[in-house]
Ligand binder design. Sequence first.
Ligand SMILES: [Zn+2]
Ligand SMILES: [Zn+2]
Length: 760
Amino acid sequence: MSPRTRGGSWETDDVLARVAARLEAGRGGCRFIYVRKEVVEEPELGPEVGQIGLHELLVERLRARGITRLYRFQYEAYRAIMAGRDVFLVSGAATGKTEAFIIPILDRALKEGARSTIIYPTKALARDQVARFWGYAVPFLLRMDVLDGDTPTKERERIYESPPHVLITNPDMIHFSMARSHRFRRLLRGVSTVVLDEAHVYEGSFGSHVRMILERLRAYLGEELLFVASSATIGNPSELGELLFDRPVQVVEGRPRRRGIAYHVLVSSGTLSRWTVAARLMRLLASLGLRCLAFVDSQQMCEVVARIAKREGANVMVHRAGLLPEERHDVEAKLKAGELDGVVATPTLELGIDIGLLDAVVMAAPPPSYARYLQRAGRAGRRDRPGYIFTVLADDPIDAYYEREPERFFEQELTPVVFEPYNEEIAKIHLVAMLLERGGRMRLEAVPRGWEKALELCFHEGYAIEKGEWLLITRRARREFGFYSLRSAGREVRIIEMGTGRRVGSRSLPMALHDLHPGAIYLHQGRTYEVQELDLEHYAAYVRRVPDMPFYTRPIYEVGVSELELTARRKADGVEVAYGSGQITKTVLGYTIRHIGGDEEEAGVLPEAPLVLLDQPISWSFRTKLLVARYGEAAQPEAIHALEHALIHAARPVVGAGLSDLGGVSFPTGHIIIYDATPGGSGLSKLLFRRLERAHRIAHDILANCDCEDGCPRCVYDPFCGNNNRTLSRRGALRLAEAVLAGQIHASLGLEVLGEGGLP
Ligand SMILES: [Zn+2]
Ligand SMILES: [Zn+2]
């Protein structure tokens, strides 16, 4: 690791020196503030492949591919899997992680005819990997097949007729086909090992879905089913393994990066916005002949960055959720063929992109967690050339926190990957799936323990009825089962172009309320649409194509909290805090219009943006997990609102949350509620409940170290504030935070006084 910032060995790197010089020569004052050089050595070697009892045909294949020895961690994984233990394997991209599980699986297939299923989070990843697996297959003896939505009928028939040793698929395929196809269920019969590759992706609602799919698999295939998870470096492999598999796992650790040199650069955006700087970096890298992948937090900002980069002359495209599959394939194909300088992607797709390694990675903002930073950084660096990783720090409380002391950025702990194991909104969908698997009925006593809330929801939504000892599925459930995506906890809203009736994407609730209210600007592959109508009864938003314009919108909304059910209580620095669930009602009242593209984009969070009120407010209600804490008997609205924002910002590094993963409401009674933005809960507010003391300290640091008058984007502003960042006082919040750290807050939780009038 190099000493801090300028004058370190990085200046001898030609590429980096040129990027720094050109960046600083431009207007706006953006510059490198910290460079860290990372050198990763070859990992420790283990035994020769011929000496560990592998089937001789497999030894031949490995040698033919140049593998004569295993790494020590691969050998450790081999022994654990052969001994029939559930294993959680952690190692970075391109470090030999795949071999660590494929070798034991093929060995068992050759020796015992054992059958396995390998699950990838996306189709693209599965198809990418299978080519690699084939290199180890023994012709005529071992069969491996990909089965997904794109598998042609003839091929599918062949797979059903004679099941392969290794079936490669994805969670969606298992979820829907288990429920709907008896041939698929028969195909799975006899599978003894299930591998989840890239398991760190299974967090939040996706994690809850996959846990329930695994429960269904175990119910169908039996308790002796062996589980193997393989993941990039994360903070809590044993905890995540237990969350996913519902039983203890053996952890095997590899290494975080493959061998080579990487430069990690923190870039200050100066007076420019992070979007402009990310786009400019893409342009500079392209001019040096380097291919790059840029990560941008939100779908709409992804479009914005691509638009600015194109305007500056870089040939880039957007790759994000909400695009149609054929559009995504097109982007992947063009990048592989060298027709693009780069791709701007949303984090939800950080692993789904089948484009291998690139020269550089640009992050428009620090990722929600350090583990995810390392995962994205792992994509940079091709063929023995250094990898370059740029992270833009701009006007944001957490960015400012790292800008003050850049070492803190690289010394972050790896936050745990979490999800809510019993998210009732999600369990509801899997209960319907279980009914479908059993021909539409099951005994009430067969409903898994802990799923009582999900059962209630099924009755409430008309998905199931009770008849004696039996639970029966309804026609409505059969019809609506396919409307639920594994990528969210709520229903998806379809986005439909008026006039053509063409579908131009989808968005899950409740985020759809933010992006698809009437009047919202919706960007899609560079095209601009204006939302005309949001029909929540039919889960559809109708949009109209409009001329491209340099604006985007942010909603003004209210949040109501009701029906609190608290299950745990504690004190954090003397502050009473409780955790549980509650009903959140979001009502969009209007929206602000913000400018993009100029250097004033950060005006996006300034209160002066023009405000438009809706004729008819739009509401959406969902149940989720939350924490409630009380910071005094009564509070100035400006102070408690600013403290709420500071705590939500502080929670980001503490629990590894993204900006929009947690929502908050503050009350003049001194209460602050912080809730999971995912219906049914994401596990984040639960983790924050446990770690609130750390959040208090970071919030205090943010509030104490800003040099603004009384509130700005670098301390207490929040781009997702429903109140347009009005009624905020940094100084008032600082006084509260000081009282917290001094142990002077003793108010009792007093939920009976928690009323209306909270500020989101
Ligand atoms: Zn400030
Ligand atoms: Zn607010």
